[in-house]
Every structure is written in structure tokens, then in C-alpha cells.
Write a protein that binds this ligand. Sequence first.
Ligand SMILES: [Zn+2]
Length: 318
Amino acid sequence: MNRLLVTFSVCFSTFLGALLLSNSAHAMKIAVSLPPLAGIIAPLLGEDDSIEVILKSGRSPHAFHLKPSHLRMLEKSDIAVTAGFGVDAWLDKALNTYKGTHINMADISTMRLYSVRKGGVWESVAPHKHTEVDSLDSGIDPHLWTAASNALELVIAVSDEMIRLAPEQKEVISERRDSWLARIKRVDHEVFMALNPVNRTPYIVLHDAFQYFEKRYMMTSAGSISLNPEQTPSLKRVFALRERIEKSNIRCVFKEPQFSSKRVQPVVEDLNVRIGELDPMGTTYSDESSGPGYVLYDVFLKRNAMQFVGCLTIDKVL
Ligand SMILES: [Zn+2]
């Protein structure tokens, strides 16, 4: 009888322990620096898991400062995900003492990396000393998430870490990962096909946030208005860009929702060119598939592609 009781209580406490363990492992919390990173990772999460975006909708990562509430958000998470190369450097200091796992896109060995575009149409015509905030140290363009191939690598890295933290959920996480990878690959192909008819038409972007996207789909970008989106372009640069628009038959100039359209207006005024809008954060594309403060990555890709198609298609009357 005594023995039975002992066995029972051992069993029961083991059961309780397992229950507690599976519960704590089950609710995984992920904090990401930028909205598009959440859009890449969210489909890996289960019902009880959660994801929080530190950079709120409508904000640009290029001029952002952390508040105590952001630090608390970070501290509570099991995994923190950043893009790296300076675009979310405002998290670097807090991550030095971070107890969870930090996944930095820039450090994933399979990530495709491009240098910041300089020279020719990417260089300011007037020699200047401003450095793009993004790439102060590395010289690498930090907008890694705009290429589907890089998004796929992040999905794999985060799912591997989730499985390491919750090995009992390996199967279900792997299933979610595989169907999400397949979905991104499908949309990547659709976007490639949709952009094919317009990918030789030149355009100018507000700031060089889409290099990875453009190279993936072989687009013909002719330059950017400002090297640093926080700075108003100089008069000299505005004139040089206007000349380029006329001479190179630029069809479209893309602004971004995170920046005032005042940056674009002087460049395009009275010229035969359309104004389009691209959203490197994706937050203006929110629909029913979105979580708070972000949009799923397939929507991010499609909507940016639609903006390109809409602005670059020739049959519209200018
Ligand atoms: Zn940027």
C-alpha cells in the first residue's frame, strides 16, 4: 500500500513536472526589431506563442530610439530577431545583456549580402560626407529581408532555434515551417512572373531599401533620391536627379510611407513621371492576414510587386 502510494506520488509529480515543462516551453515569445521580420516568422508560431514588434507601424528604423517599454518587451522574450548591419543598431546595447537567444539575420551564414550601392547613379553628384545611417561600419546594405531567398533562410534559422528550445514540438514546428517555406517560394515565383514585363523599365527610389528585391527580380533601378532617408537631398542633387529623369526616360519615382513626400516633390515637379509608393516595412499593406504592427511576408512581397507593376506598366496614360 505504502509502495503504491509512493509510486503514485512519484508518477504524479513527474506528470506535474512534465505538464509545467511543456507549458513553459509551449508558450514561446519572440521579439523582433522590425515589422517585416515578424511577417517572416509569425507563421511558425503556435496558438499560445506570441510575437512582438519593437518598431511600431509608420516609423522608420533609420531614426528610432528605444523606450523602457521596448526593453521590457525584449526581456520577456525567448528569442530576439534582428536584421543587423546597423538598421536596428538601437537594440545592440540591450542585446549585450539579453538572456534569450539572439538571431541576427546578418550573421546567418547562408544569407545573401550586397554592398551599399555607390558610384554612378547611386552616388550623390556633389561630393559629400554623409554616410548612410544603415551601413556605418559594414558597407553592407542592411535591407536583407526584401529578398525572398533571405526570408527563407530566416525562417529556417528561427524554426531550428524554436525546435532546440521545444524539442517535444519538433514535428509540429517542422510542419509549419515546411508549408510556410513552400508558400513563400510560390509567391516568390508569382512575383517574378508578374514583374517580368516591367523589369527593364527604369525608376528611382526614395532611398535604397529594395536592392535585394530588385536583384532577385532583375529590376532596373536607376538610383535613389537620398543616400540617407533622414536627410533632405541637396539642391544640387535634386537638379542632377531631374536631369537624369529626363535623359534616362525614368518612368516612376517611388516614395515611402515612412517619409514625407516633400522629399520627392522637388525631384518630380513638372516632369513627365509618375509617383509610386513602396513600403520597405510593409505595414501600410495590412489586411486580415496581419498581426498587430506587421503584415505576413507573402503579402509584403506581393504588395510591393504590385506597386512596381502599377507604376511601371506602360499602357497607362501619363
Ligand atoms: Zn533603409
